[in-house]
Design a protein around this ligand. Structure first.
Ligand SMILES: *Cc1c(COP(=O)(O)O)cnc(C)c1O
Length: 662
């Protein structure tokens, strides 16, 4: 047995008589980046290069640039190219039988295996992949996030992240400035997604409302949080996981623009105040996921200031906070200062007007107390990458700080770990956002956002408008999504849709045509995964559909409304061109034709192959909460509508009254 001090040679290799653990440890060192400068070849850089090589092999070879549908919209391996290229479904077979291997595996082998796991995954940068708000990540974000993984900055405190902390601080300052807040007062914290931001917002609001002692006693008061019925479903996660309880969120009806109905909100807030029920937060959604509905946050601020004047609530305690869920909408802020008259970026007039409208609505977020922004949505950054901004950082710190721990010393001046939900926080979040802001600048954001609207206008006003069997159903939305319905050959889509929307006698037709939209989306999904089943030698797009874009608009409110289904395209991706949108419509019509001709392949039952315990989930019933929504607020469970929400009877009456007044 060699002495403990002499297991390794000077070059790091193990001595011949060293025990096996010591020689494995010596080999292992090669699998970590070195901490010292080397002049020779850098095994880490080589390995990264190699790994990127494996990833590149997953990219389908084709002429995508000129002809996007010549390649599939998913990652594919060399080994599959040449074969029909079915991806079928994800493969989860055997996962529960996996055990820790006995021996070490060369890193190279691990990387190769890892790369295989991407096969079949949607390629978010493929032009014909547009099912949802999932943009591809930009190179600056990807590589800087990777850089953080090399050195492990932990933005829990300055001591552990050094100047990487600047990325959180500088990003917060940039956003505060765009919002119109004082960067010397405001601050931001990176966290796990838009739902994390929401969670922070609700916790902040609850503590503000119920007092910081509520952090000791727990939430013992049924404070309410209010949001429009089209607000994101993470209202459930937040009310649930904060301990507030899902019975305590109250949904407010939406108006004809899908925005929170101020009349209804005023009624609900007034009633709650009279009943002495505290309201912790009013959530304004600044851009819903599909319809891009924007709540009237300025009016919400006026309402709060009127009913809860600062004179009566001098320290703000007990007043509702306004949280803006701007994870989709925030990046329109980059139009701050754009000279719309000079319009140096050259947007078309109609697009320019929509941009201006979006910017004007979003700029009202200055009235919020806290705002959630997703860089992994409308920031083209890596997953996940979100920041919750607070207007008064010191106020947040006062309410949320903890004494800290014995094993962490506050040796530097920045210690967010004393008031964040997380303990360790990766520097990858803030680094990727910061890098994206540097890379894009205002012009980059403006071009990419305005460009989506340009392409979407082409799709709506030219491609769809020229196709008599198709109709866009969300013409008035200024967001990223186009929802459209396709009818059988010979049907005039505009007339037919109008009938389905307004005439209860057309309900059977509505339902049949809803089925058609669903069938088209299902067939495209099947063709996408089984290209050899699709006629022609091109590939299907990956899009989606909504089964609840909006209810019908029947005059007689006693007639149960129907729901409008629509095919959905969310073209976030910078590789989308006008030609791609033409292609998309052509392929959708091809699916319609196949359905009409009855030449549809057998539907496949292939949702993946989950072993127990995963497969059992489908039998598990979610908790059912008694609805504590106000009587006139709508039911909460089944109305995750993407567009105009399911209205309560009272809400429908209000809508009709306003419409008559016009
Ligand atoms: C996506 C989304 C969320 C949730 O954000 P994640 O980043 O997915 O956690 C919340 N609100 C809105 C409006 C969203 O679109």
């Amino acid at each position: 047995m060699p002495s403990r001090s002499s297991l390794w040679n000077k070059d790091g290799s193990a001595k011949g008589d060293a025990p096996r653990w010591a020689s494995l440890r010596a080999n292992m060192r090669e699998a970590f980046p070195t901490y010292y400068y080397t002049t020779g070849s850098d095994p880490f850089a080589d390995m990264v290069g190699e790994a990127i090589g494996y990833l590149n092999k997953l990219k389908p070879v084709g002429t995508a640039e000129s002809d996007p549908s010549s390649t599939p919209g998913y990652l594919i391996g060399d080994q599959i190219i040449g074969e029909p290229g079915n991806i079928s479904s994800p493969d989860y077979s055997g996962v529960t039988g996996v055990k820790l291997g006995d021996e070490m595996l060369p890193v190279k082998d691990v990387l190769e295996q890892a790369a295989q796991l991407f096969i079949g995954m949607p390629a978010w940068n493929h032009p014909l992949v547009m099912p949802n708000v999932i943009p591809q990540a930009n190179t600056a974000a990807i590589i800087t996030a990777m850089m953080t993984n090399v050195f492990s900055p932990n933005i829990i405190e300055g001591e552990y992240a050094w100047d990487v902390e600047r990325t959180e601080m500088e990003t917060s300052a940039i956003l505060a400035d765009l919002i119109g807040w004082d960067p010397n007062v405001a601050g931001g914290l990176f966290t796990f997604g838009g739902s994390g931001c929401y969670f922070y917002g609700i916790k902040y609001a609850l503590t503000n409302c119920l007092g910081d002692k509520s952090r000791c006693t727990g939430i013992r008061t049924d404070a309410k949080i209010l949001m429009s019925q089209q607000g994101h479903y993470c209202k459930q996660n937040s009310s649930d996981w904060t301990g507030l309880g899902m019975n305590n969120y109250v949904e407010i009806d939406t108006d004809e623009n899908n925005a929170m109905d101020m009349e209804h909100l005023t009624e609900v807030v007034t009633n709650l105040k009279e009943a002495k029920v505290p309201i912790a937060a009013i959530v304004c959604t600044m851009g819903t996921t599909d319809a891009f509905a924007l709540d009237p946050i300025e009016e919400v601020r006026e309402l709060v200031d009127r009913l809860y004047p600062l004179s009566e609530y001098p320290d703000g305690a007990g007043r509702p906070l306004i949280y803006a869920d701007a994870v989709i909408g925030w990046s329109w802020l980059t139009f701050k200062g754009y000279d719309f008259d000079a319009n140096t970026l050259g947007f078309a007039d109609d697009v320019k007007q929509e941009i201006q409208a979006n910017y004007n609505a979003i700029s009202k977020m200055v009235h919020a107390d806290a705002i959630g922004c997703d860089f992994h949505k409308t920031g083209w950054s890596t997953y996940n990458c979100s920041v919750v901004m607070v207007k008064k950082l010191n106020h947040f710190q006062e309410l949320m700080s903890r004494p800290g721990s014995a094993y962490l010393q506050a040796r530097t001046c920045y210690n967010p770990g004393l008031y964040t939900l997380e303990v360790s926080r990766t520097g990858a979040y803030s680094m990727a956002a910061w890098a994206t802001l540097k890379f894009m600048g205002a012009e980059g954001f403006r071009s990419i956002l305005g460009g989506i609207l340009e392409i979407q206008h082409y799709f709506r006003d030219e491609a769809i408008a020229k196709e008599t069997t198709a109709v866009c159903v969300n013409d008035s939305d200024h967001g990223f999504v186009t929802l459209f319905r396709v009818y059988k050959k010979g049907v005039d889509a505009v007339t037919q849709y109008q009938r389905e929307l307004t005439d209860p006698a057309a309900k059977a037709e509505l339902e049949a045509n809803n089925k058609l939209q669903e069938d088209i989306a299902d067939l495209l999904w099947q063709w996408y995964r089984f290209p050899q089943e699709k006629p022609g030698d091109d590939y299907a797009p990956y899009i989606s559909y909504t089964s609840g874009f909006r209810p019908t608009d029947y005059e007689d409110e006693n007639i149960e409304p129907g729901f409008i289904y629509a095919v959905k395209s969310y073209p976030m991706n910078v590789n989308v061109t006008y030609e791609v949108m033409d292609d998309l419509l052509r392929l959708v019509l091809q699916a319609r034709d196949a359905i009409e001709a009855g030449t549809v392949p057998d539907a496949r039952d292939d949702a993946g192959n989950c072993p127990v315990p995963y497969s059992k989930f489908k039998d598990i019933r979610p908790v059912e909460c008694g609805s504590n929504a106000t009587e006139e607020a709508s039911a909460t469970s089944d109305n995750l509508l993407s567009g105009i929400g399911r209205q309560s009877k009272k809400g429908l009456k209000r809508l009709k009254k306003r419409r008559r007044k016009k």
